[in-house]
Write a protein that binds this ligand. Sequence first.
Ligand SMILES: *[C@@H]1O[C@H](CO)[C@@H](O)[C@H](O)[C@H]1NC(C)=O
Ligand SMILES: *[C@@H]1O[C@H](CO)[C@@H](O)[C@H](O)[C@H]1NC(C)=O
Ligand SMILES: *[C@@H]1O[C@H](CO)[C@@H](O)[C@H](O)[C@H]1NC(C)=O
Length: 521
Amino acid sequence: MEGPQSSTQGPLVLLLLLLGPAWHTAARRCPQSCVCDNSRRHVACRRQNLTEVPSTIPELTQRLDLQGNMLKVIPPAAFQDLPHLTHLDLRHCGVELVAEGAFRGLGRLLLLNLASNRLSSLPQEALDGLGSLRRLELEGNLLEELRPGTFGALGALATLNLAHNALVYLPAMAFQGLLRMRWLRLSHNALTRGFPDGTELLDLRQNHFPSVPRAAFPGLHHLLSLHLQHCGVAELQAGALAGLDRLLYLYLSDNQLSGLSAAALEGAPRLGYLYLERNRFQQVPGAALSALPNLFSLHLQDNVVDRLAPGDLAAARALRWLHLSGNRITQVAPGALGPARELEKLYLDGNQLREVPTRALEGLPALLELQLSGNPLRALQDGAFEPLGRSLQHLFLNSSGLEQISPRAFSGLGPGLQSLYLQKNQLRVLPALPNLSQLELIDLSGNPLHCDCQLLPLHRWLTGLNLRVGATCATPPSVRGQRVKAAAAVFEACPGWTARKAKRTPASRSSARRTGIKRRH
Ligand SMILES: *[C@@H]1O[C@H](CO)[C@@H](O)[C@H](O)[C@H]1NC(C)=O
Ligand SMILES: *[C@@H]1O[C@H](CO)[C@@H](O)[C@H](O)[C@H]1NC(C)=O
Ligand SMILES: *[C@@H]1O[C@H](CO)[C@@H](O)[C@H](O)[C@H]1NC(C)=O
């Protein structure tokens, strides 16, 4: 845009008249080390080695970006000539001191970013005057303590990020006055207690709590989500969650837990999502789960659980998703899962099961998805999935060392099944599975299929399916690499080809036409 004086265009003159003299001066005064976007009221003076705030920033500026300078000290009333500021970015400025009243006059400021500086403390009145502030970023400083009342002037603050500091404890009144606060980030500190009421999300990742004591989070009646990942937690004492009446999400992944005592989870009756992956559990903490009548999703993947026993899920009546991938399970006892009658997704992949735990699947009338891939199954017994016939939609049996599948292995499963994963097994032959008439996905890739007349039923079935299936012939050498569907030369020579073919001609022709149409799209 041209300088205002040089323009004689009607509309622009009118605009300038409307904006008045303030804009006129403002537009002329962009400091040398800054870039001013006057139409958007943005000024950026990034990485200019500035040691103080430039004095001639346009007065109407709303967003000021000063990141990467060398301010060191923010003196009192440093921004008093910029009363319209809504966003102020002071990241990476080497700030060691924010003087009392540094931000005085910034009554419209919404976001103040002081992350990645060198602040070790904040004077009590450092943040005065920021009555509209919604978000304060203090991540990555050296704060060791907070004085009572530090945030007292921030009545509108909703998000406070104090992650990556050196806080050890929070005094009783540290968060006094924060009436609207919803998100408090305290990860990567060394904290144990003293969190403000009203908080809905408390992020304490990467702190260090080998043992979480009884009633560790007093007064947090509004807390919905508690993050305690990577905290070295080895024990949750009885009643550790006492008073967390509304807690819905509890993250305890990546800790050192090997068990939970019966009363460990008491006090959080609404808990729906419990994350315990990558700990040291040897069994499902069934007794502790009895305090959670609303548990919806249980994450226990990548532990060292070796079996599921009756009683493990006795109280988990509301459970929908059970994640047990990557354990060492060799056995799922009959009745171990049955109490969880609402279960929809069961992930048992990457375990040591040598057969499908058919009897344990009884009593799961709602199961939609079963993950069994990556177990050393080798074979499927007849009727292995019979109990799930009415509900199952997705079945994962890939990478299970399967060498053989009998025609009756999937008996009971019918049109409800939508996807069947059989890739990366050792199948040389596979029967046709005409009862699975509504499959939308079947993956047979990575199997060493032997394309001779034994495979004719499969060839016929796949040709009618009209799906991309990934089935290729590995042997004999003459057809190696050909798709089973396309290897007609092999199958045309088989006994029964012509008779069946003649009978089925109208149907196969119409299915060929469908295929053609689909391909063209
Ligand atoms: C800032 O200071 C550094 C080190 O003295 C120098 O290399 C860099 O060019 C300076 N940057 C500007 C924009 O002056
Ligand atoms: C099985 O297949 C699914 C879908 O392709 C994939 O996401 C999963 O990682 C596979 N599991 C194993 C153990 O290979
Ligand atoms: C296919 O379904 C029919 C009808 O329900 C049933 O009689 C037959 O045994 C099933 N076939 C297999 C191989 O499961």
